[in-house]
Design a protein around this ligand. Structure first.
Ligand code: GDP
Ligand code: MG
Length: 201
């Protein structure tokens, strides 16, 4: 089975941006597919981090059912002549894509994300925003994630330039050992994050 990776975090930190950025043009499927993942956004993500995402250069990906892809993958694995270091995949889940964000009940929104992470994911990408800094809702997410005790990578997003790196230290108090700095906007450290995911699942 393909490991599931849940993208979690308060609204506006860049979860959906991260999701699209990671998947790039290598996207195999984009959910929701009715009846399968009706109430969330998920996609198969290739962890071949040697490939840089290319913009405007490849044709639009063909929409495909995840089960077709998994079957194809199985067939390849059954074939003895195939190299064993074939590209690995995870299913990436944008847990924040579920339902509507109710500004009056952000805790509920967070709670839903945590539940999906707990029920489905073997790895959590906990996204925070370096420009906003550490907010109370980030601490709430962190508390909940610590309690479910699932392997978690703290993804500090919006580190658009080196001048913002000094501000990353304030997230140390959230208490996650695995930490990575990225900017989806400036395309910083995508391969580093894919590498870290590959080593963490
Ligand atoms: P979500 O609510 O967590 O899914 O966040 P979104 O992906 O919708 O992004 C929220 C806002 O942050 C949008 O305006 C994005 O364009 C912006 N954003 C996302 N990533 C970055 C980044 O790396 N740098 C900057 N400066 N803005 C970003
Ligand atoms: Mg979103």
């Amino acid at each position: 089975p393909v490991p599931k990776v849940a993208v979690v975090g308060r609204p506006n930190v860049g979860k959906s941006s991260l999701f699209n950025w990671l998947v790039g043009k290598r996207v195999a499927i984009v959910e929701p597919t009715p009846g399968v993942t009706r109430d969330r956004v998920s996609t198969l993500l290739c962890l071949d981090f040697n490939e840089r995402p290319t913009r405007h250069s490849s044709p639009r990906p063909r929409f495909k059912d995840v089960r077709d892809l998994l079957e194809e993958e199985d067939e390849e694995l059954d074939e003895p002549s195939q190299p064993s270091d074939a590209a690995r995949y995870v299913e990436l889940i944008d847990t924040g894509g579920i339902g509507i964000v109710d500004r009056d009940d952000l805790s509920d929104h967070v709670e839903r994300q945590i539940r999906i992470a707990l029920e489905e994911a073997s790895l959590v990408l906990f996204v925070v925003d370096v420009r906003d800094g550490r907010l109370p809702l980030d601490e709430e997410v962190a508390d909940r994630l610590r309690r479910i005790n699932r392997p978690t990578i703290l993804v500090v997003n919006k580190v658009d330039h080196p001048g913002l790196e000094d501000r990353v230290a304030e997230f140390d108090r959230l208490g996650f050992d695995e930490r990575i700095l990225v900017s989806t906007k400036e395309n910083r450290n995508r391969s580093g994050l894919l590498d870290l995911i590959a080593r963490s699942v």
